[in-house]
Design a protein around this ligand. Structure first.
Ligand code: FUC
Length: 795
């Protein structure tokens, strides 16, 4: 009897609780994601990034001179080249023989002479580089020259993908607004003030190299052609800026457009290149002319299009949302006081904003710079580094509900098949396709000029992980059919290229590296080249497994898969070395730099799922030892990766400590710049994307075949709420926790599937499904596309 009353009470409490929870969720307004500065930018890393996945603008907001750095993602020097060295294969046998005889240094020396690309590789003009498009300068002449500036504010409004800049000078308030339109593919800038006739402005375009500019009527032009190597056609570009004034007058003089005594000035910026044989002159002109001149209408269209993507996910990590401090001061304050939990949420939403702004369907994936760069010679050519950096840029695409933004990377991967087949043939006499560590928009797949970092040949296989992950999240079989040949081609390459190491009987990649790391041999030599590396084994194992799963789903290639599985079983397993660490190479060498930024031997922990507490508890301990040995502080992207590692190791405190390291004001060093760009240094966008993916991993994981909520949150994130994150298997999840305990979960299925949820603490009420079952700490949910399950816990 007593227990019955107790149950009734409990039920009543649950009903009331669900009711009140429903109310809270309904009443909550969306978070206002933004950051601001109270001064103009004095360095590029204080300017505000705007982008629509193709073009970028970074306004500095200077009072006397506004500078807007312009970018277009396809603006690359260089051109297609044949960089495969036809002589290389002749030496493959000898290099391997030396490696198997443990003459690694000799093997490496021979490789430097014979097994590189033709030409200068990344240093060559044919290879090219991503270049800055130019600068738009806007010089202001104020009626009031004596009064100082007050109430200066420069904001990035992340909810609407806009930047707004306001300040007072004397009695006049000046207002500036900027955005890069998602719908009309142009940049928009509008200058207004509270006093009619007060805008006197000179507008001009400039570039640090290869450009001409002139003004005609109300349009400014800038054009030029980049370098491409002997006998090659360099890329051409055209930038146009249309100037519209309300009242006052406009005159064009040579290279400048002058506005006098206007009430309002609107600038429409159009940029195009002839990449892929685009008629760039027509494109730039059409974009400029067809959009119309109605700023407010263009802005409304832009915001609506952006919100379709951005609003899919929201995150609340603190009661007091959205600090009032300017962002540079906020970052400084975070060094001492880590209770600004909302900063991590902002960082995550900012990365979603950056991804939406730096890549778009039908375009290119975000490069090392995203698409923002002020230099002609961008760091590392602003290219696609494929031994982690490009992949890291897309780690959040699926989990943060932006699957369409994964597609440019998928298309880029497919585009490497053809050149990569030639490279596979020329260097390794193998079928299939391969790409090494360097990548550009021209289809470069050869090993680079320097084997110590450029010889990695599992980069294509790593890219194939992304092809598979897109399927895991979407469950779209037609899509899988379309990428299967690419995955199969990557596997074919290794089927041929792997060779038995006579020292241990394993099939190994040879020659290879563990990305960019160097070890000491027993005779004291420092060497980077080896036969077999742990990362290679993990990547190939994963590739072969994913190809096998894909072939089963698509019902193709059964016999071939059997052969592949036999080879998979002969790969060396991940092993533990003398320091209790995960061995990085087949032999237990010590690394020359124990704090090296790459931690490639933990690929199996993240982004892959070879190591989990369920399957490999000992390896999980060894992974911790590895990370402790490496230390936390490193380049931006390396710290970002470590957040993901510790999240997978379910250590929320350590992950949060690394968020602190990543968000440390960079100054000249590593960490984060004032505008929240990640600092390698210099700026490299992968840290933003990788760090935010790490925050995602702290909140929600689905790589072990089941859904786990808040697997690795720090104690400080006591209460929180997530809406719209995605999980493998095809669903969106909303959840809320109070005092560190999950109180509500909503799963919306986007694909018919059997979902498994790790059961949160407390008793559960499940609605929306009847045929579920609870077993061994998991709840099994057979669901159909379109189904919703609401789970509430109470204690
Ligand atoms: C890899 C890293 C470097 C840098 C470069 C762009 O080579 O090892 O740290 O991030 O890419």
């Amino acid at each position: 009897m007593k227990s019955n009353i107790y149950s009734v009470k409990k039920l009543l409490f649950a009903v009331l609780f669900i009711f009140s929870l429903g109310n809270t969720i309904a009443q909550d307004k969306e978070n206002q994601w933004q950051y601001y500065f109270n001064h103009p930018a004095s360095i590029w890393e204080e300017s505000i990034p705007l982008g629509n996945g193709r073009i970028g603008m970074m306004p500095w907001g200077g009072v006397d001179r506004d500078r807007i750095v312009l970018n277009e993602i396809s603006l690359w020097a260089g051109n297609k080249q044949d960089s495969d060295n036809p002589e290389a294969y002749k030496y493959l046998g000898e290099i391997r023989k030396l490696l198997f005889e443990k003459k690694n240094k000799e093997a490496q020396d021979l490789m430097y002479k014979t097994f590189t690309c033709l030409g200068k590789g990344s240093a060559g003009i044919d290879y090219g580089r991503f270049e800055n498009f130019g600068n738009l300068f806007v010089d202001f002449h104020y009626p009031d020259t004596t009064s100082s500036v007050t109430d200066y504010r420069r904001t990035l409004d992340i909810n609407n993908a806009l930047s707004v800049n306001t300040f007072n000078k004397g009695d006049i308030t000046y207002h500036r607004e900027y955005f890069t339109s998602f719908t009309d593919n142009i940049g928009l800038i509008k200058y207004t003030s509270t006093q009619n006739g007060s805008l006197n402005i000179d507008i001009s375009l400039q570039r640090d190299d290869n450009y001409e500019t002139y003004a005609s009527g109300n349009i400014l032009y800038m054009f030029g052609q980049l370098k491409a190597g002997v006998g090659k056609e360099g890329m051409r570009y055209l930038g146009m800026v249309k100037v519209l004034n309300k009242n006052g007058s406009l005159s064009a003089t040579d290279k400048t457009i002058k506005i006098k005594d206007a009430d309002e000035v609107t600038l429409i910026v159009s940029m195009a290149t002839n990449y892929n044989n685009t008629n760039h002159e027509k494109l730039a002109g059409d974009l400029l002319n067809k959009s119309g001149n109605n700023f407010d209408k263009l802005k409304r269209k832009h915001i609506t299009a952006y919100k379709k993507l951005f609003d899919r996910v929201d995150l609340t990590l603190a009661k007091n949302q959205n600090s009032d401090l300017p962002i540079d001061k906020r970052l400084e304050a975070f060094v001492k006081d880590k209770t600004d939990y909302d900063l991590a949420a902002l960082y995550m939403q900012y990365a979603r904003y950056l991804l939406i702004s730096s890549t778009r369907e039908g375009g290119l994936p975000p490069n090392l710079q995203g698409l923002w760069a002020p230099q002609i010679h961008t760091p590392w050519n602003g290219d696609y580094h494929l031994n982690i950096n490009l992949q890291m840029n897309l780690w959040g695409a699926e989990m943060f509900n932006l699957p369409e933004l994964h597609k440019p990377l998928i298309e880029y991967t497919k585009s490497l098949v053809k050149p990569g087949e030639k490279t596979a043939q020329v260097y390794y006499n193998s079928r299939g396709w391969v790409t090494h560590m360097l990548g550009n928009i021209w289809g470069f797949t050869s090993p680079s000029e320097d084997p110590s970092w450029g010889a990695t040949n599992t980069s294509g296989a790593w890219l194939c992980q992304h092809l598979w992950e897109h399927y895991m999240y979407t469950q779209d079989k037609e899509y899988l059919r379309s990428v299967y040949p690419t995955m199969k081609g990557a596997a074919l390459f290794f089927e041929d290229m792997l060779i038995e190491d006579p020292n241990n009987g394993y099939l190994v990649t040879a020659p290879t590296t563990s990305p960019e790391n160097t070890y000491r041999t027993s005779s004291g030599e420092t060497v980077c080249i080896s036969a077999g590396s742990t990362m290679d084994n993990q990547i190939i194992r994963e590739l072969f497994s994913n190809v096998a799963l894909a072939s089963e789903i698509l019902n193709v290639d059964k016999d071939w898969i059997k052969n592949l599985s036999t080879k998979k079983d002969k790969l060396a397993p991940t092993a533990i070395g003398k320091h209790g660490q995960i061995m990085e190479w087949l032999e237990d060498y010590d690394e020359v730099d124990v704090h090296h930024r790459h931690v490639s031997q933990l690929y199996g922990l993240h982004p892959s799922n070879e190591m989990t507490y369920g399957k490999t508890p000992l390896l999980m301990e060894a992974a911790k030892a590895t990370l402790n040995r490496r230390g936390d502080e490193s380049t931006g992207w390396s710290m970002a990766w470590k957040i993901n590692f510790w999240a997978r190791l379910k250590d929320g405190e350590r992950a949060y400590k690394l968020i602190g390291d990543l968000l440390k004001p960079a100054g000249e060093g590593r960490g984060t710049y004032p505008n929240l760009f990640s600092a390698h240094p210099p700026m490299q966008i992968d840290g933003n994307f990788g760090g935010s993916a790490g925050i995602g991993e702290m909140l929600l994981q689905s790589h072990e075949g089941y859904i786990e909520l808040i697997p690795a949150i720090p104690v400080g994130w006591t209460n929180g709420k997530v809406r719209g994150m995605k999980i493998r298997g095809g669903a969106e999840v909303d959840f809320e926790w109070v005092d560190g305990k999950i109180v509500s979960i909503l799963i919306r299925c986007t694909a018919t599937n059997n979902f498994i949820l790790k059961i949160p603490e407390g008793e559960l009420k499940v609605s929306g499904i009847t045929n579920y079952k609870n077993e061994k700490g998991k709840i099994y949910l057979p669901m159909k596309k379109g189904n919703k399950v609401q789970i509430t816990t109470y204690r």
